[in-house]
Design a protein around this ligand. Sequence first.
Ligand code: V07
Length: 251
Amino acid sequence: MFTKNKQALPTDIDPDNVPQHVAIIMDGNGRWAKKRLMPRVAGHKAGMENVKVITKAASRMGVKVLTLYAFSTENWKRPNDEVHYLMQLPVDFFGAFMPELIAENVQVQVMGNLEALPAKTQQAARDAMADTAQNTGMILNFALNYGSRDEIQQAVQQIAKDAVSGKIEPESIDDDLISQYLMTGFLGQYADPELLIRTSGEERISNFLLWQIAYSELVFVDEFWPDFTPTVFEQAILTYQHRNRRFGGLK
Ligand code: V07
């Protein structure tokens, strides 16, 4: 018999080959708003609503980790009022969607340099993590004030400190150890995404998960993030499965 989750999938998605970790660069919120003659921040608000929609869809498809690029270290260069608005979004998200996420058994995690964020933003992130810490379902992992070169710099510094103090031997520094020192280290076997999606037609990585995407399938879709529906998401998973199947027997 089908489970409730698997029944919700279109028949062409293989329930046994759903990527365990999906990462998304949620691009195109400003352009979505401009197209509607609305202010950029209206696009960010619509984008936040879509985070909830796609989180539920991912959870129901059986994804184990969904990592979302919410705010990059480069985003500080945007106009002050836009940055100010963005810093309120984790607070709004927490206020609006946390009961639904808890009902969905989703565990929220936030990775990035949180200390540099406004106090209210840090508090919202910490509350979201604390209030969902007991949940055992999908991990919704926000990259907030995250940059992969910063992440690698921080990891290399810590590895050097631990080598100097004798906690680790230089010879023990390998692929696995480096993964553990990165901000995704807490994800263990799920640290590397099998699938990276970028919305809105841009085809760049923009300092996101540089180490972790070494073997990921990259799928670029034309839709702006607020227009990235669960159906478009399922199409991206299908694209992943079609590519992945070709190598299936060889792995
Ligand atoms: C942000 C909405 C999605 C589109 C991309 C940019 C705007 C959710 C969060 C969030 C972060 C941490 C947390 C809870 C929610 C968020 C920012 C921007 C800065 F614990 N969406 N979203 N944070 N956007």
